[in-house]
Design a protein around this ligand. Structure first.
Ligand code: ISL
Ligand code: CA
Length: 554
């Protein structure tokens, strides 16, 4: 297998708004991040991924960009950013930026022009269509609820927005739009970045005849995925982006690809196709959703998690490269979702970390994960900030049979805001995140769960993560080795092997809070890391709740 620095790297995602606030306005900022670089280096991080820091009206916290070449005022200046990059590089780390170019903000100058008249030179930068039968051009549903089309009175047409109505979709079929995008990518490469995480990169191409989506329920709008996800044209666009820009840099690219099968995933990441290095796939993020709407219901079963991950391991092996994650800024906290944040927080947080660090692929840590930060309990919908959830609520609360209590309970399980509560640095006021009032509620458990305490505690989640990161970094087998699922049908235990050049590393993970007998007994070896200090599995014969053991066969 071809070696690459981005395959060996440890990636850490920063959501700047919630990471560290230096000037006391309650909003995280670039100078705040600067003060934490030593913490990240010490953890073992190689690459920082910054969620968007560009100028934005913040309808979707920076994923709605009004100027790609400016830094959001609340976050600081371009000089602050230059300083951050310089200091990141000085510590031997790299920095990747979030490239959000499926859509812009409706406050971007291109869109403001585009809105002015049907013959404005920027009109065709976006997707405008006439009304059909007095309604929107078709029945597509926005990923953020409601119609994907917004009527704009001045020119009596609708524009397409797959996300919020303040995020109009760019028209990728227009070569001028693509030129603009390559140009802004060059701007950041010239400033010294090491790559991009590429937002919604599988929805650039749309079926430009905009057919109605198949009707699956009695709701007014329907999912149009068939016509705007993973179209052949999308691969052409990414290949062009590669040829025009990416191929000229020693950079890392990771594309975000929801609603994508492994077969499709290979196309994006197969090096011979020259598109991207890896993708953020979503299959394992959908296992606890029943039906298509994550805000309604669903339950987590460990076997579903195993099956989804194993499928991607086998499918990409030797053909593409996986990105291994269990949380990010769009997902709830992994220890609350797949672990037990009450009775076994330490054990399950460590076990889940062991999982993402021992599969084949590049591990991505989301800020606070290394502390075992948990979901927050919101008492009321007013405490949530996320546009996706609030739009959903606006649409769904009007439907017959809507149950507010149930919806709140589900939001307390799945909301994106769980990831967005401030980073818990200390046990002092506002968790050391800000001297002001945080923009979103702080999880009150920062008194117990915080970096300061964990840095001093050898038995903390943080200390375990450090060992885990170091273990992977020093093991070619854990990075490049073949993966084999040894108990694919077991309901509770994930047991797999990584092998390279005759070395075999075994990973046993108890995904549940039960005490489980191990059958068959694994081979004897040397324990490399475990979240329990008891006997190795071949002596003990059973696994404790959420136990993780990584060992080398001898
Ligand atoms: O968050 C999701 C599941 O709740 C996805 O549907 C998500 O909205 C989708 O994968 C796109 O995510 C990305 O683009 C969005 C932005 O809101 C997300 O934060 C970003 O990760 C629009 O830019
Ligand atoms: Ca600030």
């Amino acid at each position: 297998m071809e070696k690459a620095w981005w395959k060996e790297a440890e990636v850490y995602q920063i959501y700047p708004r919630s990471f560290c606030d230096q000037n006391g306005d309650g909003i995280g900022d670039l100078p705040g991040i600067l003060t934490k670089l030593d913490y990240l280096k010490d953890l073992g991080v190689d690459v920082l991924w910054l969620s968007p820091v560009y100028q934005s009206p913040n309808d979707d916290n920076g994923y709605d960009i009004s100027d790609y070449k400016k830094i959001m005022e609340e976050f600081g200046s371009l000089e602050d950013w230059d300083q951050l990059l310089k200091q990141t590089h000085a510590r031997g780390m790299r920095l990747i930026m979030d490239l959000v170019v499926n859509h812009t903000s409706d406050e971007h100058p291109w869109f403001i022009e585009s809105q002015k008249s049907r013959d404005n030179p920027y009109r065709d930068y976006y997707i405008w269509r006439d009304s059909v039968n007095g309604g929107p051009p078709n029945n597509w549903e926005s990923i953020f609820s409601g119609s994907a089309w917004q009527y704009d009175p001045p020119t009596d047409q609708y524009y397409l927005h797959l996300f919020s109505k303040k995020q109009p979709d760019l028209n990728w079929s227009n070569p001028k739009v693509r030129e603009e995008i390559y140009n802004l990518m060059e701007f950041w490469f010239a400033r010294g970045i090491d790559g991009f995480r590429i937002d919604v990169m599988n929805m650039y191409a749309k079926d430009m005849s905009f057919p109605n989506a198949p009707v699956k329920n009695d709701r007014p709008f329907q999912k149009g995925f068939k016509y705007h996800v993973n179209l052949p044209k999308n691969h052409e666009y990414l290949h062009e982006m590669y040829q025009r820009v990416l191929s000229r840099y020693d950079c890392m690219t990771v594309g975000e690809a929801s609603f994508t099968s492994p077969q499709e995933g290979i196309k994006y990441t197969d090096p011979s196709r020259q598109e991207l290095n890896m993708i953020i796939q979503f299959e394992h993020m959908g296992i606890d959703t029943e039906g298509e709407d994550k805000y309604i219901s669903g339950a987590y079963r460990p076997l579903d998690l195993k099956r989804a991950l194993t499928r991607w391991q086998y499918a990409l092996n030797g053909k593409g490269w996986n990105c291994n994650y269990l949380s990010n800024h769009d997902q709830p906290r992994q220890v609350s979702r797949f672990g037990d944040d009450k009775n076994y927080r330490y054990e399950s947080a460590c076990m889940l970390g062991a999982l993402t660090h021992t599969l084949q692929g590049t591990p991505f840590i989301y800020q606070g994960e290394e502390l075992g930060m948990t979901n927050i309990k919101m008492e009321r919908f007013e405490d949530f900030r996320d546009v996706e959830l609030l739009n959903w609520l606006r649409v769904h609360s009007k439907l017959p049979g809507f149950d507010l209590h149930k919806a709140l309970e589900r939001a307390n399980y799945i909301s994106r805001d769980h990831a967005r509560t401030p980073m818990q640095w200390t046990d002092s006021e506002n968790a050391g995140f800000t001297s002001g009032t945080p923009w979103i509620k702080l999880n009150p458990n920062y008194r117990q769960i915080n970096a300061r305490e964990q840095l001093q505690n050898p038995h903390s989640v943080l200390s375990f993560y450090k060992k885990l990161i170091a273990l992977r970094k020093n093991s070619e087998t854990l990075i490049y080795g073949e993966f084999e699922d040894l108990l694919p049908d077991h309901e509770d235990i994930y047991y797999y092997k990584r092998a390279l050049n005759g070395e075999e590393i075994y990973i046993i993970l108890n995904l549940t809070d039960k005490l489980i007998k191990m059958d068959p007994y694994p081979p004897k070896g040397k324990v490399l890391l475990s979240n329990y200090c008891g006997k190795p599995i071949w002596e003990e014969g059973q696994l404790h709740p959420f136990e993780a053991q990584i060992f080398r066969k001898e």
